[in-house]
Design a protein around this ligand. Sequence first.
Ligand code: GFP
Length: 830
Amino acid sequence: MEGELYVRLGYTMDALYRSITRHLAYSLGVVPTQASKRDIYLALSYSVRDRLLEKMLKTNQRYEDSGAKRLYYLSMEFLIGRSLANNLRAMKIYDQVAEALELLGTDVETICDQERDAALGNGGLGRLAACFLDSMASLDMPGFGYGLHYDYGLFEQDISNGYQREKPDSWISEAPALQVERADAACIVPMYGRIEETKDKWGRHNPLWLGWNLVTGVPYDIPIAGYGGLTVNRLRLFAARPSTEFDIKIFNEGDYLRAVEQKIESEKISKILYPKDSYEAGRELRLIQEYFLVACSLNDIVRTYEKDYSDYNKFPEKVAIQLNDTHPALAVAELMRILVDQKWVPWERAWDITNRTIAYTNHTLLPEALEKWPESLLARLLPRHLQFIYDINQQFLDRVVTLWPGDVDRMRNMSIVEEGPPRQVRMANLAIVGAHSVNGVSALHTDLIKKSLAPNFFEMWPERFNNKTNGITPRRWLCVANPNLHDLIEDAIGPGFVTDLERLRELEPFAEDPVFCEKFLQVKHGNKERLKDVIFNTTVVEVDPASLFDVQVKRIHEYKRQLMNVLGIIWEYLALTEDGVEPANPKTFIFAGKAAPGYWAAKQLIKLIHNVGNTIEDDPKARDFLKVAFAPNFRVTLAEQIIPAADISQQISTAGFEASGTGNMKFALNGALTIGTMDGANIEISQKVGRENIYICGLTAYEIEKMKRAGSYKPKAMYDKHPMIKRVVDSLASDRFCPRESGLFAWLKDYLLADNEMFFHLADLESYVKTRELSTKEYVDKTLWAKKAILNVARVGHFSSDRTIRQYADEIWDLVPIPPTEAEKSGKLK
Ligand code: GFP
């Protein structure tokens, strides 16, 4: 039955082989016998793309026929990584392709390995967006991503003498095999210009936005395959192009160079993804990018809506828009502008429509990440939008005054416009006022939004605030990243858990089964062997798979406390070399992560990790017990190689700072035990896996908050009192870890001992080190370890992004699945 279906779908080995060789000849112009791996990768990608596009068109037809509501996920970042292997698994053609590639004298892993990552994101927020796209397609939901088609993704990281060096990541050469250009759906985006105050024919105030510059938004569609391959949604990424190839007027005036300059100016908009923590540097371009995304997306959304409806009152019943952080918050003003200025919807009704359509997700409480834009910049770039923002603010503050007459402080705090100098527009306030839903990404984070980020808003609109704890897609983070673990689980509990992850619970009894435990440990060992090669090839550090792999991989940031991990390593190193205390098991500390190019402290941390590693390696007393490896150029693909090989997952952010984390979920799903603080989703993970199966340490968010308020954190006193803390900190201040660069890390002593040290490193250090010791001891007992690890796998089903997306769909979007028709399922054309 399935065989027949595959013939009809063109998914047999024969059909795939023919398709690949056809693309080799007609898309690439090479004969199979002379094809390079890269040629074969491209030909296979085109073959897969053909099939995905066919399904994408059918899916779209299905959505159109059903008249279903659609969700648009607006995000400046989509960290998709590689697509090919994921698509092969989703379409269930991995084995057929493997056979076809054998005929071409190669193998599927080698070919999939040719693909470059699409690194169109920085970290958690962008990867979450990619997991959500996967879940929406896998759940047959009409949900679409809208983003920017950056020429350059996140920079590539090289390490030279322990220092990070950045190189451009030219992803664009990769793109054609993944996407289709949709020039037919291009749109025009106005910016700059001036307002002319006029009156309409009834004498009403009628401001006109004139004299703008125009930029064209050209969409590129990347098909997103749901698991099973029948529902294929799309991620639409907009590239900026000049509104005409060259400005004819300037060109005709004979100023060829200025015309070329203007072309380059327009294309700059989608050139590069801004690294996090660097928005400051090019502020104006970043704001233009955000607006460009919003303008292109809304244009597309409205155009799609108008194919079926002319009455805008129905808009919120047919359209939901989710803002991934405040980056696309201008959507509030843009939708108002479209409705009021272009569709002649009265202001009040337009506001109701806007509010019922838009929802906002907050991903961080870090004050520096809360976007504010100078009013003067907005006035220049988007004069009409600024007028809408003023009007929205006025209406809103009128309500605040009615509710709390005379409470000037509250008004000042809630206003969308912050008093200057300079006056600034607060994007979070705009998003909260404009959206009908505001959600955090873990239970603790949502609680903190209500209590500390936006308490006044919460008091005004308690029903608007809700939690949606993050999740991850098991398709990528288990099937693709850890196929052997997937197969082992499938042998134990049968198929189907990949789309129903709570079913992993059925694994629980296997935690007591010695045969299963043994196989589980073997899978882990195999993954460690593979990672050993990856590390050796990129760092020349030789790690031992029999050692405990203790892993911290994520963006380098002070709040994530890679520094505390290093302090822990130094502690163990000093105990070993000076006090003769050996760790219970040899340990390999694996780090990976990028530091924003302008973030000095984070870059110093990378150097410190390398230097501590080198010092240990050079010390014969230490090198057989401890090892440090920093794997360069962290990206989705590297995460897929590292996470399945981890024994310990370090999730040690200062409590209250990590909104959720998603790495924590990926590691637990792959059978690593977490050492973590009570932060973000760690708390919910500990509730699910059980406190005996996770290593919790450090202060809670509320304890930290209390100490901050009381000013009672005195790190210097801890240093004076605790001899080991003193030894660790003093070793940093000495040249022990920088013999050839004297004084390099001396700043860290002052940093750690300052009363205003924001991340409470020393407050948590002792508890952290003790917890690490316990975990290393327990690691020696393989039966106990396997049991705990298996229970982690069995109990993290809750953290599937399918669950998260269902909650968004039910509680925020009012979105229902539109499953494939019988005709689609049987492969018959409609
Ligand atoms: C942010 C938060 C994380 C959270 C993700 C996704 O990540 O705690 O898990 O968003 O919600 F900080 P970054 O984009 O900052 O890495």
